[in-house]
Write a protein that binds this ligand. Structure first.
Ligand SMILES: [Fe+2]
Ligand SMILES: [Fe+2]
Length: 201
């Protein structure tokens, strides 16, 4: 008989093995970094560390799927497609990843699947777990952009302000590239400001 912990470790090994077959080395290492950072942030902010670890590990499971295939899969999974998704199909690796985590990894925890699905754009309603994953994705140890250390510190102190910085960063990045900005992220940012930040800033 395996102990509860033993079963958990076996499951984690299964997830890791399967993930390794789906991602390149760089993305796989990034996934391990996000897993660890998400666990740490979950512990600091009172979220479930196990859910955070699983969401962190699997969040980019669809990241190495070619863009045209991502669009096809989004249609097969009956996901709603915005015109910006079609212009920037890489964004679809989040919602498609949520579906793959269920179908190919057997994850049934809706909170984990949801966090994976919203990790690129955010959402109007973000749970604690959604926020932890979104931010962990940006501040894991393999990330080396300007001001990452500042964002790492902020993530430990104030999840909402860190989330706002992440939205700002992503939107600024899209603007710099001359890309479209997905309205879901604008809506998510507006709601965050309205709900949480107007009282604090
Ligand atoms: Fe991602
Ligand atoms: Fe990621």
């Amino acid at each position: 008989m395996h102990s509860k912990q033993g079963r958990k470790n076996l499951k984690l090994d299964f997830y890791k093995d399967r993930l390794k077959g789906m991602l390149n080395h760089k993305r796989y290492e990034h996934s391990l970094g996000v897993m660890n950072t998400a666990m740490q942030l979950a512990t600091v902010h009172g979220a479930d560390a196990e859910q955070a670890a699983l969401a962190g590990l699997l969040h980019d499971c669809a990241r190495c799927i070619p863009e045209d295939r991502l669009v096809e899969m989004a249609r097969e999974f009956d996901l709603s497609l915005h015109e910006v998704d079609l212009a920037l199909p890489v964004l679809l690796h989040a919602p498609v990843g949520g579906r793959l985590a269920r179908r190919d990894f057997g994850v049934q925890d809706e909170a984990v699947l949801r966090a994976i699905a919203v990790h690129t754009l955010g959402d109007k309603y973000m749970t604690l777990l959604d926020k932890v994953l979104f931010i962990a994705d940006k501040v894991e140890p393999g990330r080396h952009f300007q001001a990452v250390d500042k964002l790492r510190a902020l993530a430990k102190q104030d999840l909402d302000r860190a989330l706002l910085s992440c939205y700002d960063m992503s939107i600024n990045y899209a603007l710099r590239l001359g890309d479209q900005v997905h309205p879901q992220m604008i809506t998510a940012r507006n709601k965050l400001i309205l709900d949480k930040l107007s009282r604090k800033i």
